[in-house]
Design a binder for this molecule. Sequence first.
Ligand code: ADP
Length: 489
Amino acid sequence: MPFVPRLREILSTLRFRLVLWITLVVFLMVVVTNIAVREVEQRALSQSYDQFLLDSLEDVHLIVGRFEPENKKLLFEELTEKVKANKKRSWFLQLYDEKKQPYWTSDDAPPLGPPSFSGDSNGPFDEKSSSPDEKRHRVYEKRLRKGSGETYYIRCGFLQIELQDDIAVLNRAILVASISILLAAPLGAYVIALRATRPITEITTTTAHLQPSNLNERLPIRGTGDEIDQLSRTINGMLDRLASYIDQNRDFVANAAHELRSPLAAIRSSVEVGLNKSRTPEEYVVILADVMEEIGRLAGLVNRLLILAEGDAGRLAGRAQSTRLDKIVRESVDMFDAVAEMQGVRLTMETLAFAVVPGDETYLRQVVRNLIDNAIKYNRNPGQVTVHLRVEAAKKQAVLVVEDTGIGIDREVLPRIFERFYRADKARTREKERAGYGLGLSICQTIIQALHGEITVSSEAGQGSTFTVRLPLAEDAAMARSLECGIRN
Ligand code: ADP
């Protein structure tokens, strides 16, 4: 890949952005910490120097207070010792008499002039921090009034440069530490980003391999329970669903092709029979009638497949309109009356409540007919089929129940009867003229679900089955009533 697009690709990666963000955050933290630490440390250093001066001032004050003027020599010796003991801090001491004339001064004391301390309103030991020459010295002064009447001014100080040197050393240490952290930050950030994004790279590589024809591979679950594991689990779940959907579709296409092949083969052989020698018009009529019958079966199958395809595409609900379900149920029962009688089955309608539901009339008719047809087809002689249509006003639902005393369905296969092309009772469905494709119930379910309803079954092998369809009633009650009036008129 050319350099510029490659660079652009790298810059847009999550890994790069993570490195950038972590580095930026570390940089900001270092800057803020730097400022805070410097501020605190400088203050602490300066306070420790000040405290030293104040303590020294107090010591000298005690020493001077103890000595009588005639013991001057001894006093000076003690002061010299005191200054020596603290030489490390370039400490100096100055003592002034009451006229603010130098009385005693340590060797390296700077020429700072008389004490700036003035007035006596603050009591005998007033204390004042002042720095006559701020840049160079830090100075504390204290006045001492002895009981015998003499007054002294004590001044302690040190070179500012010493404090500044200490601060500079501290700043250098902080700077070195900060630069090291800043240099290490991108590296550390890269390692973190690499570790964080590696599972994502694995996910990308694995999912890139997946083909619709082979969805067996699954993403590894590392067991950390983190977001990456959750993502992998979600993708694996989606792959499971996709694989099963693709499998179902594959089976569906194979079954559809298989079912389409039989009528086509029948048509082909009928046509071949018609073509292989010349026949009488009556013979052609018989052949054409056979062809017509097979074409009818073919058309029926294609129509069912189309309904399922429409349902899969989510287009069944789009054609919704309000329909009188009770009317459809009555018509269907009337229609199957003769067929039931022929099979020795008593078909009765127990309840028929007025019910308007949202849904396409053709599709709803298909549902009702499928259920009644099955109830008769999988019945005994003599047998019974009972149809109920009631309304549950509280739930705003129409409930259609088709109950039969037929062969029933085995418990093991019960969950499968809504699958496409599934036939539980293959022997019976082989009877050609009423043979089903195993599509009726899956079509019912597709239609009912598209109308936000529900279809359920309860069955006992050898006892009979009960299919229950629940559909929401049409929202517009006024329209429902006007429909009712229209029908009655
Ligand atoms: P088919 O076209 O084969 O009737 P359906 O999808 O309508 O397909 O039904 C699927 C299977 O469910 C049938 O093959 C049959 O074995 C079983 N079945 C459906 N309705 C009943 C019923 N009322 N009693 C017993 N078995 C039934």
